[in-house]
Design a protein around this ligand. Structure first.
Ligand code: ATP
Ligand code: NMN
Length: 272
């Protein structure tokens, strides 16, 4: 027998489905605006330090792994730190980043938006980096978020009406952090800036010894108090590279990424 309870108040998950259509990020820099529709303007717990988490990457395409890393970070933050998350952002890299398999940035931004717009209450997509006329180093992307959140939005307000500066942290997989050792890929001054002034949340990745790397890398070790390593309790290794290959070979990508993103890939003939 099935029962229906029309009067029951909707669960949080159901409410997300009813979110009003959000304003999508534009495809031209002159129309750019910083998305704040899911950014908390008030800190709930006065004893906590407000935090915005930023994930930089290709997201070509975004997968359930890229969605999960934010949720893993959230659980970690709640259990192990004195931070209160006030928002999370994807910042897809621009077309000037020379990496194989990058779909045009407009599509990558839109796919990220489709992935979060009906499934999350705290994740947003910022197109600023993707709209720049040249490649933007991650240190500058972090500065952009700092400027938007702390200078233009003025930080966050506490229950006492006091304004508090928001900490901005980079969220990255173990592989991205391991790329710190690649000669000339990252400037030392950028690493110091990211690690000292912002901080990094590292999600373990299969095959990468994050703790070993942390010990071996001088700059990372120097700033270790601002580096948080998150264990993957359920290992997930969904790869965008393999998703692209599956599409090219006409194979199914269902259950690897949200349906809305799959539909978008097929409708726009991406990764053929
Ligand atoms: N299996 C994984 N475990 C933890 N983090 C991951 C994993 N895969 C990707 N990430 C992280 O997701 C972020 C975005 O990754 P990005 O889209 O640039 O590359 P990718 O997911 O490895 O895709 P590609 O196959 O196109 O290289 C990065 O911080 C990356 O380290
Ligand atoms: N010097 C830098 O700032 C630098 C170097 C390499 C990668 N990254 C960033 O790391 C992210 C992921 O890059 P990959 O997909 O190549 O691992 C991208 O957002 C890219 O911009 C930054």
């Amino acid at each position: 027998m099935t029962t229906s309870n029309k009067n029951a108040s909707p669960s949080a998950t159901e409410r997300e489905e009813d979110d009003p259509i959000i304003k999508l990020q534009p495809s031209k820099l002159e129309d750019y605006f910083f998305p704040t529709h899911r950014l908390k303007s008030r800190l709930e717990d006065n004893t906590k330090e407000p935090l915005v988490i930023v994930a930089c990457g290709s997201f070509s395409p975004i997968t359930y792994l890229h969605l999960r890393i934010f949720e893993m970070a959230k659980d970690y933050i709640i259990d192990n730190t004195h931070f209160e998350i006030i928002g999370g952002y994807y910042s897809p890299v621009s077309d000037h980043y020379t990496k194989e398999g990058l779909a045009p940035s407009y599509h990558r931004v839109r796919m990220c938006e489709l992935a979060v717009e009906r499934t999350s209450q705290w994740l947003m997509v910022d197109a600023w980096e993707s709209l720049q006329a040249e490649y933007t180093q991650t240190a500058l992307v972090m500065d952009h978020f700092n400027e938007e959140v702390n200078i233009k939005c003025g930080g966050v307000v506490t229950a006492d009406g006091e304004t508090r500066k928001v900490k901005i942290m980079l969220l990255a997989g173990g592989d991205l952090i391991e790329s710190f050792k690649v000669p000339k890929l990252w400037l030392d001054e950028d690493l110091h800036h990211i690690l000292a002034d912002y901080g990094v949340l590292i999600v373990e990745r299969t095959g990468v010894d994050v703790w070993g790397f942390l010990l071996s890398h001088d700059i990372l070790y120097q700033h270790r108090k601002n580096v948080y390593v998150i264990k993957q309790l359920i290992y997930n290794d969904i790869s965008s590279t393999k998703v692209r290959l599956f599409v090219k070979r006409g194979m199914s990508i269902k259950y690897l990424l949200p349906n809305a993103v799959i539909k978008y890939i097929h409708a726009n003939g991406l990764y053929k």
